[in-house]
Design a protein. Structure first.
Length: 265
């Protein structure tokens, strides 16, 4: 007998959607993206969607024909078409193109690892990465998601929210994901840092996501009423990092943020 705490309704995912097939297709790709191995079987996906294997099989066939997923033996993975779609999305973001142009000519940032990210609920998604410092390879790549509490860019973007929204998202006793001994572990610790971030205008991450790596970040002024919430970050090795270097990095990040948020000057 199915566990009533975990089983879906007999109609399955998407039953209340105006386009159930689209909702289920999106769920398939999200499940594959979240899978630690990047692979799931037909049975796995049928359980995830809460619909019969026959219906799931038809859905997977359609996604495979569209190259949105790929079959490897009995497993399914994300398809290469998604790379093309993602590249098309990024190519139309003026902010991403300007980001690369600025980093290439900036006196300090041109020699560092710099990223631009977008706030997505309690996570950030990395949209672009400038490789000026090949030694720093342990940090997030394009398309990766990171909890806001673990990264400087996440913290600086959360700091822009209203206090009541922050309190709702991060109550004091909330346990946060931990990746190193220095990771923030509670909502109270995160909110304590937010006050400092607001005062300084930038965020600092001290080996909180990767041991031996520090990060500085600033927020991009919002472009238009419905513009994306974007942030910029630069990564450095803790062993060679200095306060003087950090000051130069923040200055250039702020210049780039101003350019992205106010393109007319």
């Amino acid at each position: 007998m199915a566990d009533p705490r975990t089983s879906r309704s007999s109609d399955g995912l998407g039953s209340a959607s105006p386009a159930p097939a689209v909702t289920r297709a999106a769920a398939v790709m999200e499940a594959l993206a979240a899978s630690p191995s990047g692979r799931l079987t037909l049975s796995d996906l049928a359980r995830e969607l809460g619909i019969p294997k026959s219906s799931t099989s038809n859905l997977l066939l359609a996604l495979e024909e569209a190259r949105l997923i790929s079959r490897q033996g009995t497993d399914f993975t994300l398809g290469r078409k998604l790379v093309e779609l993602g590249a098309a999305y990024l190519s139309r973001l003026d902010e991403v193109q300007e980001f690369y142009r600025y980093c290439e000519q900036a006196p300090t940032l041109s020699g560092e690892t710099v990223r631009i990210a977008m706030l997505d609920g309690s996570n950030v998604i990395y949209l672009a990465r400038y490789e000026g410092h090949p030694a720093v390879r342990l940090t997030s790549n394009i398309g990766d998601k990171m909890p806001v509490s673990l990264c400087a860019v996440g913290k600086v973007l959360i700091a822009r929210l209203h206090d009541h929204d922050i309190e709702a998202m991060f109550p004091d006793d909330l346990r946060l994901p931990v990746m190193t001994p220095k990771s923030l572990s509670t909502g109270a610790q995160l909110k304590a840092q937010i006050k400092t971030i607001r005062e300084k205008g930038y965020a600092f991450e001290d080996e909180e996501s990767t041991t031996g790596v520090v990060c500085l970040a600033v927020a991009v002024p919002t472009r238009g009423a419905h513009g994306p919430s974007l942030g910029l970050s630069v990564t450095a090795l803790k062993a060679t990092y200095s306060d003087e270097q950090g000051s130069r990095m923040v200055k250039e990040l702020q210049e780039l943020a101003h350019s992205l948020g106010n393109p007319m000057g």
